[in-house]
Structure formats: structure tokens, C-alpha cells
Design a protein around this ligand. Structure first.
Ligand SMILES: Nc1ncnc2c1ncn2[C@@H]1O[C@H](COP(=O)(O)OP(=O)(O)OP(=O)(O)O)[C@@H](O)[C@H]1O
Ligand SMILES: [Mg+2]
Length: 353
């Protein structure tokens, strides 16, 4: 990879409207060269729209797109040196695998000897060099997916844009391909923007990620940062499987009060008497101790662990427990958590305290 193609990506104040509907409300993003950057968020939050804007397939109503500090907002897809793999990867059924992979080079008039070499290299890097003479219909789903990736990398673009590229694969293959794709990206060193609504995918693959909610980026950080310090109630309610429990509470000198019970918390940025939202991850919510009086509703058993669904203060919360915890429906329990496990959010603004 030549050094003049570094692959820094910046979006500045990007607004995208579809008629009266605003799909993106002034998006700012700064993605470093070589980074594997995930766009994560629920359906309809604007991830694909953002990717299409980066590719040049979609215009913007306001703001700028910069690639390596050059304003490409008005540039056509072909002038941007980016390669995109769509969710449905659209291989040409009448062409062989080799012809599919070489197609982008053929389109720009590359000599055929050079195409053959590049096709072999690209195919080898995703382990399908032995399949070049087959047609897409004669490949498994995972092999088709790798063919689409080979077609994307054959030009050695400065930026890869991947839109849920693993979503057509079964669960086992998805996990395997995830690791392969990550390794390939590291080897090539190409900046990669990866759209997914699967947080496990984002958490395991990304160097950093942006969490999208309703056309806004609500947090940017490493997966670890976003998981351990969600910036708002909205992020806390999305990240984690199941996500964080959120309970309305009020501050009471180093404690949070829920109903009649006050429990100590480590973070004390909130003023006494303030209305807060208390967040505790299911894995941090313990059954037992001097805690909140609660009642077991039902238990979801996953074999190696279980999730107890529990009523507390008129609300359902989830606690991760051992599979054989011996909890029964209707059982009265107490819920507690370590002071350091409590996340506090301002109830009015939703922001982390
Ligand atoms: N051409 C269009 N006309 C009108 N609305 C559109 C158009 N394209 C997208 N939208 C809307 O813009 C919003 C963002 O769409 P987008 O495809 O970016 O979502 P997404 O985050 O990729 O969701 P998913 O996970 O379901 O793929 C959605 O509400 C969608 O309905
Ligand atoms: Mg999408």
C-alpha cells in the first residue's frame, strides 16, 4: 500500500434529509488511517445512509466529507478510491469467481496480465484461490461472501465500506468469518468502516465504534469505553446483552435511594436530592445481601448461565445468575450491587454523571 493513500476519513456536520424526514442530524466523525471503525445502532438509525454518503452514492444537504483532508463531498463514487461491500453482495452469476473479482480492474482498463495477478493475490488472501473457475452459484454462502470481499480488495482502495457483510451467514460461519475479516483488514491496513446492528460484532472487531441512535452519533469510543462508561441512558439501554438495568432513584449523601432503601454508590458527582437514573448491568446485580426487596418473576435458562427476571419497585430488572441458582417463580429476594458497579445518569438530560 502506498503511503500517499492513508485513508483518514472525516465527516463534518453532515445533514441528510429525505423529504421532510431527517435521516442524519449534523454528523461529525473522525476515523484514523488504518482503523477498523464500526457504525453500530438499531434499525433505521442512519448507518447505511452514512456509508452511502462516504461512498458517494448519496448526496448531503449540509456538511462535508473529507478523505485525507481533501473535500470529496461533490465527488463521484469512482473518484473517491473506496470499495463497498453491500449486505447482499451481488456477484454476477454468469461470470466466474475470477471474472467477478477482476471486474473492478477490467472496468478501469487494467492490462489482463496484471488483472490475473491481482485476482490471484486477492483470492489467496481470502482462501478462495482454488475456486476461481467456478460460478457464484457453485459456492457456499461463506465462499460467496469472501468472493465479494476479494472483489473489494482487488483494487487496494484507500477505504473499505462494509454494510453488514456477514448477515447472510449462519451463526457459526459468521463468527469464523469475523475473525478472518479482522485479520485480513490488519494485514492490508486499509481503513475500514463497518456497519452492523450486532453489538457483539462491533465489540469483537472494532478498534473504535460510533453508536447511532435516530440519526445522531450518541457516543464514540473503543468498545471497552462504550461498554464500561456509557455516555447516556440511551447508550446504556442499548449496549450489553441484555442491556443495563435502569431504575429511577434519588441521591442521598453517597447513596442512591430507591423506594425506602438507600444503597451506597462509588460515583458521587450528583447533588443530594437529585433525581437520577441508576444503571446496573445484569452481571453486577446480585441476589442476596441487604438490598432492595424484590420478587422473582421467571428465569430464562441458557444452560451455562441464566437470566432471572425480577420485579423491583414496580419494574422488571434482569440479573445474571448461575444456571442452577435454584430460584423459583414468586420467590422473594433482595437485590444488591457493589458501590462501584452503579452507573448514574441525570434523569432530566439522560447524560452520565
Ligand atoms: N430513500 C429514502 N427515502 C426516505 N427515507 C429513507 C430513504 N433511505 C433511508 N430512509 C430512512 O432513513 C433512515 C435511516 O436509514 P438507514 O438505511 O441509514 O438505516 P440503518 O441504520 O442502516 O438501518 P438498518 O439496520 O435497518 O439497515 C430510516 O428511517 C429510513 O427509513
Ligand atoms: Mg442499513
Amino acid at each position: 500500500m502506498s503511503l500517499d493513500r492513508q485513508g483518514r476519513v472525516r465527516l463534518e456536520g453532515v445533514v441528510k434529509k429525505h423529504g421532510s424526514f431527517t435521516a442524519l442530524h449534523g454528523l461529525d466523525l473522525d476515523i484514523a488511517p488504518g482503523e477498523f471503525f464500526a457504525l453500530l445502532g438499531p434499525s433505521g438509525s442512519g448507518k447505511t445512509t452514512t456509508l452511502r454518503i462516504l461512498a458517494g452514492l448519496e448526496s448531503v444537504n449540509a456538511g462535508r466529507v473529507l478523505l485525507d483532508e481533501i473535500d470529496v463531498t461533490a465527488k463521484q463514487p469512482g473518484e473517491r478510491d473506496v470499495a463497498m461491500v453491500f449486505q447482499s453482495y451481488a456477484l454476477y452469476p454468469h461470470m466466474t469467481v475470477g471474472q467477478n473479482i477482476g471486474f473492478p480492474l477490467k472496468m478501469i482498463g487494467t492490462p489482463s496480465a496484471e488483472i490475473s495477478r491481482a485476482v490471484r493475490d486477492a483470492a489467496a488472501s481470502v482462501d478462495i484461490a482454488h475456486l476461481l473457475d467456478r460460478r457464484p452459484g457453485q459456492l457456499s454462502g461463506g465462499q460467496q461472501q469472501r468472493c465479494a470481499l476479494a472483489r473489494a480488495i482487488v483494487r487496494k482502495p484507500r477505504l473499505f465500506l462494509l454494510d453488514e457483510p456477514l448477515s447472510n451467514l449462519d451463526a457459526k460461519l459468521r463468527v469464523e468469518t469475523r475473525a478472518e475479516l479482522r485479520r485480513l483488514q490488519r494485514t492490508l491496513g486499509v481503513t475500514t468502516v463497518y456497519v452492523t446492528h450486532d453489538q457483539e460484532e462491533a465489540m469483537t472487531m472494532a478498534d473504535r465504534m460510533a453508536l447511532f441512535i435516530e440519526g445522531r452519533v450518541v457516543q464514540v469510543g473503543t468498545p471497552k469505553e462504550v461498554f464500561s462508561r456509557p455516555a447516556s441512558v440511551a447508550v446504556a439501554g442499548f449496549i450489553g446483552t441484555p442491556p443495563m438495568n435502569l431504575l429511577p432513584a434519588s441521591m442521598d449523601s453517597g447513596r442512591v435511594r430507591i423506594g425506602d432503601i438507600a444503597l451506597p454508590v462509588a460515583s458521587t458527582g450528583a447533588a443530594a436530592g437529585a433525581d437520577v437514573m441508576l444503571g446496573v448491568r445484569p452481571g453486577d446485580l446480585r441476589i442476596g445481601g441487604d438490598g432492595l426487596p424484590a420478587k422473582v418473576e421467571f428465569v430464562e435458562d441458557f444452560g451455562d448461565s441464566a437470566i432471572a427476571n425480577i420485579q423491583v419497585n414496580g419494574q422488571r430488572v434482569k440479573s445474571r445468575v448461575e444456571a442452577d441458582a435454584g430460584l423459583s417463580e414468586g420467590q422473594s429476594v433482595r437485590l444488591s450491587f457493589a458501590p462501584g458497579a452503579a452507573h448514574l445518569f441525570d434523569r432530566a438530560t439522560g447524560l452520565r454523571i
